[in-house]
Design a protein around this ligand. Structure first.
Ligand SMILES: N[C@@H](CCC(=O)N[C@@H](CS)C(=O)NCC(=O)O)C(=O)O
Length: 223
């Protein structure tokens, strides 16, 4: 599918970039990927996203769009084939609701569980489990949040399975267990088995090393 002049500025370890990658691939839009070094941002990135100076940035015909949610909406509205959001307005609202819940409730709890230690960590592990339990509501009777295939909430929360499994390994603590979170556990399997996801994930060892170093920096700076 023609995606003439589509460029994605990203970085390999970013869950936010993964979302945009998944949306582009689900639509079958060809694009050029430009890897950014966030410790030495390119002049082009600063020019394209002067407000946040972050990736992802999508550039289409010289016009830059920043922020993963905004980029997603732009992709969905520009290329209308293979819609990722459902047609029915109520279903659309539900897809947005669960994507927002995953972003606002699951992401911070998972991130804090990974970064904190001791009692604080225990508190956030519990919170992450509870919030993922709530997220299971959106999966009831379905394989994906989008139904039989990946939809908007799957694209938005699609980083969680791979990142959480890696974080669990680093922490030596399980957040998602089959007995307590059966639907999320199965969704993890299904997302990780989805071809477009598989080909878009970073190498596991590289992510482990990256997140370990990140965690050590966080602990070092709070010591
Ligand atoms: N709200 C943004 C978050 C993007 C974001 O945090 N990107 C990180 C990489 S994971 C970044 O570019 N960080 C560079 C910086 O903070 O200077 C989105 O949804 O796109």
């Amino acid at each position: 599918m023609a995606g003439e002049g589509v460029k994605l500025f990203g970085t390999w370890a970013s869950p936010f970039v993964l979302r945009v990658t998944l949306a582009l691939k689900l639509k079958g839009i060809e694009y050029e990927y430009i890897e950014e070094d966030l410790s030495n941002k390119s002049p082009l990135l600063l020019q394209y996203n002067p407000v946040y100076e972050k990736v992802p940035v999508l550039v289409y015909g010289q016009k830059p769009v920043a922020e993963s949610l905004v980029i997603f909406e732009f992709i969905e509205e520009t290329w209308k084939h293979n819609p990722i959001l459902p047609e029915d307005p109520y279903e659309r609202a539900m897809a947005r609701f669960w994507a927002k819940f995953a972003e606002e409730k699951c992401l911070p709890a998972i991130f804090n569980a990974f970064c904190k230690l001791g009692e604080e960590q225990e508190k956030f592990v519990k919170e992450a489990k509870e919030n993922l339990r709530t997220l299971e509501e959106g999966l009831k009777g379905k394989k994906f949040f989008g139904g039989e295939t990946m939809g908007f909430a799957d694209v938005f929360a699609g980083w969680i399975p791979f990142w959480v499994r890696v974080m669990e390994e680093i922490m030596g603590i399980k957040i998602v267990e089959e007995e307590s979170l059966p639907l999320i556990s199965q969704w993890f399997e299904d997302i990780l088995d989805f071809d477009i996801v598989k080909e878009s994930l970073p190498p596991r060892d590289k992510l482990i090393a990256h997140l370990k170093a990140f965690r050590e920096r966080v602990h070092g700076s709070s010591a």
